[in-house]
Design a protein around this ligand. Structure first.
Ligand code: FMN
Length: 429
C-alpha cells in the first residue's frame, strides 16, 4: 500500500515531499507554520494579505497606525476612494515579513508566498506588482497567485531579475481558467512552474459559484491532467481541497498529481496563527455548523463556521486603517451595503449588515472563521482533554501523518503530560 512518502515533487533537480501547506491569510499560515513544512522537506506558504498589519505585529512597526492617522479626516466619510496605499510602505512591510522568514528557513523544502489578487487595494496593478517584486527581492522561493487570478499578472514581473528563476504558480478551479491563463501568457514564454487545482471543499474563497457542490476535485484534476498531456505541457499539478488523510493524498498522486496542497488539518496546529479559542471552535464544529455564503465583498463564495462573528456584523468600514478590498475605483461591496443600511436605519446606533461583511477588519481580528469542508473531522485527529477542550497538534505531527499514513488512518499525537496528569486526577477522584 502506497504512502505519500513513496512520491516526490520534482522541481528541476530538487526533489520535495509532495505536501504543500496552503496560504491562509491573514497570518493564519504563519511564518512558523510555513517554516515547519519547509524543514520537513515540503513547501509552506506565508501570505502577504494585509502585510503592513502583519509587519506591525511581527516587528512592532506602526504602518497601520500611521496610515489611519494620515486618513483620519476621512473616517466619517462614506466615500473611501481617497484611501491609497503607500507603495514604499508595502515594499518595506513585505521585505520584513519575507526576509525574516527566509533567514529562518532550515531544511530542504521551500517557502512560497500566497498573493490574493482580490486584494485590489485601490490600485490593483501597482500594488500587486509591488507586493510580488518585493517578495522576490526579499528572497522568497516562489509566489502562488490566488483568489481573483488576473490573466496579466506574470507580465507585471517580466522585467524582474528573478522572473525566470523563482517558482511562480497559479490556483485554478477549472480547465478553462487554466487555458485562458496560458493563452494570455503565451507571449512571455514562461509557463507556471505549478498549477494548484483547488476543488470546492477548500477553505477560504472558492473558485466556484453557489452551485459548488456539483463539482468535485477528482473530476477537475483529471480534466486538467488530460489537457496538460494533450498539449504536452509539463506543469506539475497540485491537488487541493478536502485532502484530509495521507490516503486521500495518495489517490491524487496516483491519478497523476505531482503533490497536494492542504490547509484545514493545520488550522489546529500549534504554529497556526488562529487564536487558541478559535482553534477550539474549529475542533468542536459539526458538519451542520459550516456553511458556504456570499458575505465576502470579493464576490466569491467563502466557507466558514456559521458562528463566525463577521456574519451580520454592521461595523463601520475601516478603510482608513485597512482598505485592502477597495477596487480600482475606490469602492467595496461592503461599503455599499453598509451605507445602504445606514440610510435605511436613521439614528440607529448599532446596525446589522447581513449580505456583506467588512472582511479586512474581521480577518485582521480573526473574526472571520473561514475553514475547509472537513473541519468537522478535526476532532478525529486529536485527543479530547479532561476539561473538554482538544489538544492542539504540532505541525510536524500533522505533516508526518500525511506523509506516512496508510489506509485512511490518522495518527493521534502523544497525549500531552498535562492531560495525562488531569486524566489521572480524574480517575483518582
Ligand atoms: C483558514 C483558511 C484560510 C485560507 N486562506 C486562504 C488564502 O488567504 N488564500 C488562498 O489562496 N487560499 C486560502 N485558503 C485555501 C488553502 O490555501 C487551501 O488551498 C485549501 O484550504 C486546501 O483544502 P483543505 O483546507 O481542505 O486542506 C484558506 C484555507 C483555510 C482553511
Amino acid at each position: 500500500m502506497k504512502r505519500v512518502d513513496d512520491f516526490r515533487l520534482k522541481f528541476g533537480r530538487k526533489e520535495l515531499v509532495p505536501i504543500m501547506v496552503g496560504g491562509m491569510g491573514v497570518d493564519i499560515s504563519t511564518a512558523e507554520l510555513a517554516l515547519e513544512a519547509a524543514r520537513l522537506g515540503g513547501i509552506g506558504h506565508i501570505s502577504d494579505a494585509m502585510v503592513p498589519d502583519v509587519s506591525d505585529r511581527r516587528f512592532d512597526t506602526s504602518f497601520v497606525k500611521d496610515k489611519t492617522r494620515f486618513y483620519k479626516h476621512n473616517i466619517d466619510n462614506s466615500d473611501k476612494s481617497i484611501v491609497k496605499f503607500d507603495l514604499g510602505v508595502l515594499a518595506e512591510a513585505t521585505r520584513r515579513h519575507v526576509e525574516s522568514t527566509m533567514q529562518a528557513k532550515r531544511g530542504e523544502g521551500l517557502v512560497f508566498v500566497n498573493c490574493m489578487e482580490k486584494l485590489t487595494m485601490n490600485a490593483p496593478r501597482e500594488t500587486l506588482q509591488m507586493r510580488m517584486a518585493s517578495a522576490l527581492d526579499a528572497g522568497i522561493d516562489g509566489i502562488t497567485l490566488s483568489a481573483g487570478l488576473h490573466l496579466g499578472s506574470f507580465a507585471l514581473l517580466a522585467e524582474h531579475p528573478r522572473f525566470r528563476d523563482a517558482k511562480l504558480g497559479i490556483i485554478v478551479s477549472s480547465v478553462r481558467a487554466l487555458q485562458l491563463f496560458l493563452r494570455k501568457n503565451s507571449r512571455l514564454n514562461r509557463l507556471p512552474d505549478y498549477v494548484i487545482v483547488e476543488g470546492p471543499l477548500a477553505g477560504g474563497h472558492l473558485g466556484f459559484g453557489m452551485d459548488w457542490a456539483q463539482y468535485d476535485l477528482a473530476t477537475i484534476a483529471a480534466e486538467i491532467l488530460l489537457y496538460l498531456k494533450t498539449e504536452q505541457l509539463e506543469i506539475p499539478l497540485i491537488a487541493a481541497g478536502g485532502v484530509f488523510t495521507g490516503s486521500d493524498a495518495v489517490s491524487f498522486l496516483e491519478l497523476g498529481a505531482a503533490a497536494v496542497q492542504v490547509a484545514t488539518r493545520f488550522t489546529i496546529s500549534d504554529e497556526c496563527g488562529l487564536p487558541t479559542k478559535v482553534k477550539q471552535d474549529y475542533f468542536m464544529a459539526g458538519e451542520e455548523d459550516i456553511e458556504v455564503n456570499t458575505i465576502s465583498p470579493t464576490g466569491y463564495p467563502m466557507r466558514m463556521l456559521k458562528s463566525t462573528p463577521a456574519i451580520g456584523a454592521g461595523i463601520r468600514p475601516n478603510c482608513e486603517a485597512y482598505g485592502y478590498l477597495l477596487d480600482g475605483a475606490g469602492g467595496c461591496a461592503y461599503i455599499t451595503a453598509y451605507n445602504r443600511e445606514v440610510a435605511l436605519n436613521p439614528g440607529v446606533k448599532t446596525i446589522s449588515v447581513k449580505d456583506k461583511t467588512c472582511l479586512c477588519t474581521h480577518m485582521r481580528n480573526f473574526n472571520c472563521w473561514t475553514c475547509g469542508h472537513y473541519t468537522y473531522r478535526l476532532k478525529d485527529t486529536s485527543h479530547r482533554l479532561p476539561d473538554g477542550s482538544y489538544q492542539t497538534l504540532s505541525a510536524e505531527h500533522i505533516f508526518r501523518d500525511y506523509q506516512f499514513s496508510t489506509d485512511h488512518q490518522i495518527a493521534l499525537p502523544a497525549l500531552e503530560s498535562q492531560a495525562v496528569i488531569s486524566a489521572a486526577q480524574i480517575a483518582l477522584a
